[in-house]
Design a binder for this molecule. Structure first.
Ligand SMILES: NC(=O)c1ccc[n+]([C@@H]2O[C@H](COP(=O)([O-])OP(=O)(O)OC[C@H]3O[C@@H](n4cnc5c(N)ncnc54)[C@H](OP(=O)(O)O)[C@@H]3O)[C@@H](O)[C@H]2O)c1
Length: 186
């Protein structure tokens, strides 16, 4: 983390109203970061803000990150409030367990938009600025679920793209475009 720098750093975390995202928001605040938190509703973000208790360094931006324009709007609000974004954590995601013949195209597409496209759109909105400033970090929260074929009465069948779909999609990006030039963007 960038806590050795003098200027306050800013992190954007998607899916920060509960679970891993909320825990990360707490950890980043404790390390002196400004935190921009996304989740679907103002109510859940207000509850998170109350729990975190640091309103001067916290901004909640409500919106379904699976929708086409939300990632750009989130980044715009973060820059408007804190000037720049140093770290992006693509955390928002869901994994529903259903049978293959119980997942219509629309649900598969919605899972893809949330678990993969939202991360791509946020990176597209942020990485050019990170490169221009010479430093940035992108953390894509993933899952081991896609590495294991598992089907049992307790776990069910996981049939739709989940967070484990991200690494194969983004590995060429990390090896290529993000790593080019002299800037330290990873
Ligand atoms: N926990 C695990 O064991 C585990 C294992 C592997 C991978 N993961 C991955 O890690 C990530 C976090 O998991 P978690 O267990 O902390 O989940 P969680 O407690 O269910 O939290 C999910 C977060 O994502 C937000 N979210 C869901 N859909 C959203 C959308 N369309 N737009 C914006 N925000 C949305 C939720 O906020 P609202 O509901 O308030 O909108 C919530 O803040 C997920 O991507 C999950 O797939 C978790």
């Amino acid at each position: 983390m960038q806590d050795t720098l003098n200027t306050p750093s800013t992190v954007v975390i998607t899916g920060a109203s509960s679970g891993i995202g909320l825990g990360l928001a707490q950890a980043y605040l404790e390390r002196g970061f400004n935190v921009v938190a996304n989740a679907r509703t103002d109510e859940r973000l207000a509850a998170a803000a109350k729990q975190l208790g640091n309103p001067a360094r916290f901004l909640g931006v409500a919106g379904d990150i699976g929708r086409r324009d939300t990632a750009q709007q989130l980044i715009d609000r973060a820059v408007e409030r804190f000037g720049k974004v140093d770290v992006l954590v693509n955390n928002a995601g869901t994994a529903r367990r259903r049978d293959l013949d119980d997942v219509p195209d629309e649900d598969w597409q919605a899972a893809w938009d949330l678990n993969v496209m939202a991360s791509l759109r946020a990176m597209r909105a942020l990485v050019p600025g990170m490169r221009a400033r010479g430093w940035g970090r992108v953390v894509n929260v993933s899952s081991t679920a896609g590495k294991r074929a598992r089907n049992s009465p307790s776990s069910g069948t996981r049939t739709a793209p989940d967070k484990s779909s991200m690494p194969p999609c983004f590995t060429p990006l990390r090896r290529g475009e993000m790593a080019t030039g002299s800037s330290d963007v990873r």
